[in-house]
Design a binder for this molecule. Structure first.
Ligand code: ARG
Length: 429
C-alpha cells in the first residue's frame, strides 16, 4: 500500500487491522472516483481563487486531474488496494506527477467532506438515472395504452374476480405510477442538491474558502452551509435517495407479480418475450419467468440498504468511521435497482396479451356492479339495486365486456383513461 496520509513516525501499522479498517472500501471508491476527481478540480480552482495556489499550480493540478480522469475512464488507472482509499490515490498520483504542488491539494479539505461531496455527486447522477428510466417505463405504458386495442381482461380484488377491466387501464395505471416515481426521484434530487465541499472535517477551516465557486462549478443548486449539518446529512441524504428508488421498486414488484401470475398456465393472459424466460435443468416442459421473478426480488436489496444505513446512523453528531459502511449498501442498492428498472421498458413493449384467455376468464358475476348502477340510474335505491343485481347480474347489454368498458366513464376509468392528461404530466417532468 502507498504511504498512509495519516501515518505517524514510530507507530506500527498492523496488516490485519488495516484490512479491517479499509475492507472493500477502496474497491467501492471506484464508483466514487470520477466524482472525487471532479470535486478535486473544483477545490483546486477554489484554492487558486483565494490565492492559496498560484495560477501555475492551479493549472498544473487541473491538467493532472484531467489526465487522471481520462486514465480512470479508459482503464489505464485502476483503483486497487495499493491505496487506502480513492482520496489517498488522488493525492498520491498528484504528488507523483507534480511533487510539492500535488501535496498542496488537500489544503483546507478533509476526507470527511471529500467523501461527502463525491457521494453527493454520485447520488445526484443515480437519481437522474432513476428519473430517466421511470419516464421511459411510463412512456412505453402510455404508448401501448394509446395505440394497442384495449382488450377486456378480468379485474381482481383479493385475487377474486371483481369487474371487467382492460389492458389499456392496466397500462395507464402503471404509467401514472411511474410518472409519480419519476417525480419522486426529481424531488429527492432537488432536496439533496447541496454542496458539502468546504466544510472540511466537520468544523470548517481558517481559510475564506470560495464555496460559492465550488458550488457553481460542480453544478449544485445551493451551498450546504453548516459544517456540522453537512456531516449530519451523510446517511440521511442516502436514505432519501434510496426511498425515491424504493418507490419505483415497490411498483415494479407489483408489476412483476402481475406478470408472473398472468403467465401461469392457470391464467395464461400474457406471453413474455422469449429472452425474459428460462428453461428448467430437469423438466423439459418448462419455460420459467425467472427475469420477472428477479425483478420482483429487486426490492429486497433496496429495502435492506435503507435499513442498514438507518442502523448505522445511531450516532452523535460529527464524523464517525461507521459511516463508511453506508457506501456498500448504497452502491449495491442502486446497482440492483437500476439494472432491474432498465429491463422493464423493452419487457413492457414486447409482452403479448392473450385476448381469448382473458375474455374466457370474465364471468357473468363481473357485470353485477354495472347492473346495480344501471338499476340505481333508473331511480332504485342503491341497496335495492345491489340485491337485484346479485340475483341477476347482467346489464341491458348482456355479457358484453366491450360494452361494459365503453360505459366505464368515471374519470380515469376504461372509457375515460385521460391519456392526454398523463402525457402532459409526463412531458412536464
Ligand atoms: N472511507 C472513509 C468514509 O467513507 C473516508 C473518510 C475517512 N475519514 C476519516 N476521518 N477517517 O467515510
Amino acid at each position: 500500500m502507498s504511504d498512509l496520509l495519516w501515518q505517524k513516525d514510530g507507530v506500527r501499522v498492523d496488516a490485519q487491522i488495516m484490512a479491517f479498517l479499509a475492507g472493500s472500501d477502496v474497491l467501492l471508491d471506484r464508483e466514487l472516483l470520477p466524482y472525487d476527481i471532479e470535486a478535486s478540480k473544483a477545490h483546486a480552482e477554489g484554492l487558486g481563487r483565494i490565492g492559496l495556489l498560484s495560477a501555475q499550480e492551479t493549472a498544473d493540478l487541473l491538467r493532472e486531474l484531467d489526465v487522471l480522469a481520462a486514465d480512470v475512464a479508459d482503464g489505464r488507472f485502476v483503483l486497487d488496494d495499493r491505496y487506502e482509499d480513492g482520496h489517498s490515490a488522488i493525492e498520491a498520483r498528484l504528488t507523483e506527477r507534480l511533487g510539492d504542488t500535488g501535496r498542496k491539494i488537500h489544503t483546507g479539505r478533509s476526507r470527511n467532506d471529500q467523501v461527502l461531496v463525491a457521494s453527493r455527486l454520485w447520488l445526484k447522477n443515480r437519481l437522474q438515472q432513476v428519473h430517466a428510466i421511470c419516464r421511459d417505463i411510463a412512456a412505453v405504458c402510455l404508448a401501448r395504452a394509446d395505440s394497442d386495442p384495449a382488450l377486456p381482461m378480468p379485474g381482481y380484488t383479493h385475487l377474486q374476480r371483481a369487474m371487467v377491466s382492460s389492458t389499456a387501464m392496466w397500462q395507464a395505471g402503471y404509467a401514472e405510477a411511474f410518472i409519480d416515481n419519476a417525480l419522486r426521484a426529481r424531488q429527492a434530487l432537488d432536496w439533496i442538491d447541496a454542496n458539502p465541499l468546504g466544510t472540511a472535517a466537520g468544523y470548517g477551516v481558517s481559510l475564506p474558502l470560495d464555496r460559492e465557486h465550488t458550488t457553481q462549478a460542480l453544478g449544485f443548486a445551493r451551498v450546504q452551509l453548516n459544517p456540522i449539518y453537512a456531516q449530519l446529512s451523510r446517511g440521511k441524504f442516502e436514505i432519501a435517495a434510496i426511498d425515491a428508488l424504493g418507490a419505483a421498486m415497490l411498483d415494479l414488484r407489483r408489476l412483476a407479480w402481475d406478470l408472473s401470475l398472468f403467465t401461469t398456465g392457470e391464467f395464461g393472459f400474457v406471453g413474455l418475450p422469449a429472452e425474459y424466460t428460462t428453461g428448467s435443468s430437469l423438466m423439459p416442459n418448462k419455460r420459467n419467468p425467472d427475469v420477472v421473478e428477479l425483478l420482483r426480488a429487486s426490492y429486497a436489496p433496496v429495502a435492506a440498504a435503507r435499513s442498514e444505513i438507518e442502523h448505522l446512523l445511531s450516532l452523535p453528531s460529527g464524523y464517525h468511521r461507521d459511516l463508511q459502511y453506508s457506501k456498500g449498501s448504497l452502491i449495491h442498492a442502486f446497482g440492483h435497482g437500476l439494472a432491474a428498472l432498465a429491463l422493464v421498458p423493452p419487457l413492457l413493449a414486447r409482452m403479448e396479451w392473450r385476448a381469448d384467455k382473458m375474455r374466457a376468464a370474465i364471468d357473468d358475476g363481473m357485470y353485477a356492479t354495472d347492473r346495480a348502477i344501471e338499476l340505481a340510474g333508473q331511480g332504485l335505491p342503491f341497496r335495492e339495486a345491489y340485491k337485484q343485481a346479485a340475483e341477476q347480474p347482467l346489464p341491458q347489454h348482456g355479457a358484453d365486456p366491450e360494452a361494459s368498458l365503453a360505459a366505464r366513464v368515471s374519470p380515469g376509468a376504461a372509457a375515460a383513461l385521460g391519456l392526454e392528461m398523463l402525457k402532459s404530466r409526463l412531458s412536464d417532468l
